[in-house]
Design a protein. Structure first.
Length: 715
């Protein structure tokens, strides 16, 4: 199968050839005082030094806590390897869990640190031993004010099995006790060992803006530790699990393409994080295009291995290779079309840097690629100071009616692309008064109304000031001029490299980014999220967080109507790596007292799979006022062309029973899997149920020809 669960010691010296030099990662790392070297050497280290050997982003606005007054207690210990060795500042000594009458005491094991005084604890670093003995795999971090009462973990997940320093960062809390629980080991035995620990205290704890309630600003929750730096992500419609990946290494994309990808999944239902090395498709999937097809398959194209296609089917938990593209690409945009096939545009980060790189269409049933020579990338270029290398990156494209694609940016100029025949492209005017907004965001928050919100970005991919500019675009029939107006008086904060999701109520949550865009540098990070409320046409501030999310970060909507926000970095031995994600709970899930609001529950939805133009029947456990469909998301590098929201009009059909019509156009209701949310009169959403929208089989529709296996129009 080529799927390996393995322990890997990574050498992470950077070559001059890798593109991270162009992105300035070496410059950024050196500027931040981080030495580049070899991880996991096991050489003696003075772990008392500030952020020594982390090669990760340390807790924001925090300092290492002096260990002179700490008291460590462990569930067990070996003679000569006592608990105190975990906090002595010497990584050649270590704590090792003890034995019981049956040999090595069984997992889980834990170490608890009494800090001596109350601190705003914001993170913990753990030095493993140099040899694989008791390396911690899955783990929890919990906090307590008295050492007796422990709440839910503030961080949990799985660390990569090697001797590099492990870090868990979380929202700061004023506590005196910190507990690290080891729930598994890397080699499957019962032992746990720790060479050393550091703990950080934040200079301040984020508070709600202007004293607002959680029902107005939401709240940040626990972090999920991944064994890799997640630069790309998708939600699996089969299970709601979050699939993430980095590159051929856990923390680095540069050098030579590896023909493999490090991936991981997080299960929100169980909290389990697992990892997988994917070599089946011989594809390093960093900086790829990503789209999800009608059957929920994640289709990944190009990137480091610049023509390759990889397809992940979460229902069978399998990766399979697809046909290679005709043109080498990286940083391209892709979207599903109204016929269910996939359109790809741009991508000069890899392959030839062309002024007019042809688009291509992937037939998802025939597994074939077709170039569209009359629908090239030249019209959508920005004026980036590095030319096509960055000018055709990360396009804001939306599959629309009759095989059209609306290009909303990031160039100031907008366009209509068409995927019929050899393709075509026409001008759609400029996006309000905006300039180019590379690495900004675009979200179709109202597909039925053709409404798209664009916001943020900067004139150049790197080393440019970000903008607050926000534009509301309304599109209609293909090849007609869109209507553009300024949205909400612009954002409250200038951002680039930020991320966003559309929420069930139609508002758009925006988080992260920085005021001056520089890859792998975390200066000018924006820590206060905001939300665009369409009905009020305004942006409102939300609860700040204490974890930086800039270049290579991402956000996705989860089926429980919360947001997962993660990643950042992937720059080898630099200080911008984030091996984690964090859960944000929007305001609609809190009541006025800050408690979780009672939620409606979807009891049934039928049919669960239907053609566009069909009707669904929903039964709930209580009255509902609104409902929406949100397409499952895939994302990398600020782009998520899969997500779109369809507001449903409910008709009463009995006690707590409703019907709703699906839009009668596959360009509006793109084929694929959607999350169905219902909301009560207070705007509180349910946990979602899956609805799959498929294609009709009637005159003029695009179907697979059973004789040839090729897609054709019925007629």
């Amino acid at each position: 199968m080529g799927l390996k669960w393995t322990s890997v010691l990574l050498l992470v010296g950077l070559s001059k050839a890798e593109k991270s030099v162009v992105h300035g990662s070496l410059i950024s790392a050196v500027a931040q005082g981080v030495s580049l070297g070899i991880e996991g050497s096991g050489a003696p280290v003075d772990t008392g030094g500030e952020n020594t050997g982390l090669y990760q982003s340390p807790p924001y606005n925090s300092v290492r806590i002096d260990r002179s007054s700490w008291i460590a207690t462990c569930d067990s210990e070996q003679v000569g390897h006592e608990c105190i060795n975990a906090i002595d500042g010497d990584n050649t000594t270590y704590w090792h869990s003890g034995d019981d009458t049956n040999g090595i005491a069984s997992l889980p094991h834990n170490i608890t640190i009494n800090l001596g005084t109350v601190q705003n604890v914001s993170g913990i670093a753990m030095w493993p031993r140099a040899v694989e003995d008791g390396w911690i795999g899955t783990h929890d971090v919990s906090l307590s004010t008295d050492g007796v009462t422990w709440g839910d973990p503030v961080a949990h997940g799985a660390w990569w099995p090697d001797s590099t320093v492990k870090l868990a960062v979380f929202e700061p809390k004023a506590v005196q006790y910190v507990r690290l629980i080891a729930r598994s080991s890397s080699n499957g035995d019962n032992a746990t060992s720790i060479a050393d620990l550091q703990i950080w205290s934040a200079n301040s704890i984020p508070t709600a803006p202007q004293g607002k309630r959680l029902s107005e600003v939401g709240a940040w929750g626990p972090t999920i530790d991944f064994p890799l730096v997640p630069a790309s992500a998708a939600i699996e419609p089969s299970s709601g699990k979050v699939l993430v990946w980095s590159s051929y290494r856990k923390n680095q994309y540069g050098g030579t393409s590896g023909g493999l990808t490090q991936t991981a999944t997080w299960d929100p239902n169980t909290g389990v994080v697992s990892r997988r090395e994917v070599s089946d498709t011989e594809h390093d999937m960093f900086c790829s295009g990503i789209s999800m097809d009608v059957n929920g398959r994640v289709i990944v194209t190009g990137g480091n291995d610049d023509t390759m296609t990889s397809i992940y089917d979460s229902f069978s938990d399998s990766w399979i290779p697809g046909a290679p593209m005709n043109i080498e690409r990286g940083y391209q945009a892709s979207t599903i079309l109204s016929d269910g096939n996939m359109f790809v545009l741009g991508g000069s980060w890899n392959g030839p840097q062309l002024q007019n790189k042809n688009s291509e269409v992937y037939n998802v049933t025939a597994d074939t690629w077709t170039q569209l020579p009359n629908a090239g990338s030249q019209p959508m270029l920005t004026h980036d100071n590095l030319g096509p290398y960055h000018a055709d990156n990360h396009g804001w494209i939306f599959g629309w009616k009759n095989l059209s694609i609306f290009h909303a940016g990031p160039s100031q100029a907008m366009h209509w692309y068409f995927a019929q025949g050899e393709g075509n492209v026409t001008d759609a005017g400029n996006r309000s008064t905006d300039y180019d907004q590379m690495s900004g965001n675009a979200v179709m928050f109202d597909a039925t109304g053709g409404r798209i919100l664009t916001f943020g970005g900067s004139p150049n991919y790197e080393d440019s000031d970000a903008t607050k500019n926000a534009t509301l675009i309304t599109i209609g029939d293909p090849n007609t001029p869109p209507v553009t107006v300024k949205a909400g008086g612009d954002m409250g904060y200038a951002r680039t490299f930020h991320t966003s999701v559309v929420l069930p109520d139609g508002s758009v949550f925006i988080t992260g980014g920085q005021a001056h865009g520089l890859p792998f540098n975390e200066d000018t990070a924006q820590l206060t999220p905001e939300r665009y409320i369409p009905g009020e046409d305004r942006f409102v501030e939300h609860f700040p967080n204490n974890i930086v999310r800039v270049y290579h970060s991402w956000s996705l909507l989860l089926p429980d109507a919360t947001v997962i926000n993660g990643g950042g970095g992937l720059c080898a031995n630099c200080s911008a790596n984030h091996y984690d994600a964090q859960i944000y709970t929007p305001p609609y899930l809190f009541d006025a007292d800050g408690n979780r609001a009672p939620r409606p529950h979807i009891e049934t939805v039928a049919p669960a799979s239907l053609r566009y133009g069909g009707q669904i029947t929903i039964t709930a456990d209580s009255p509902i006022s609104n409902a929406s469909l949100i397409r499952y998301g895939t994302t990398t590098h600020t782009v998520n062309t899969d997500q779109r929201r369809i507001e449903l009009v409910l008709q009463d059909a009995g006690t707590n029973m409703y019907t709703a019509d699906i839009p009668n156009d596959p360009g509006v209701a793109l084929p694929g899997y959607y999350m169905l949310f219902v909301m009560n009169a207070n705007g509180v959403p349910s946990v979602s149920k899956n609805v799959q929208i498929t294609l009709n089989r009637r005159f003029g529709d695009y179907v697979e020809d059973s004789r040839s296996g090729q897609g054709v129009f019925v007629g």
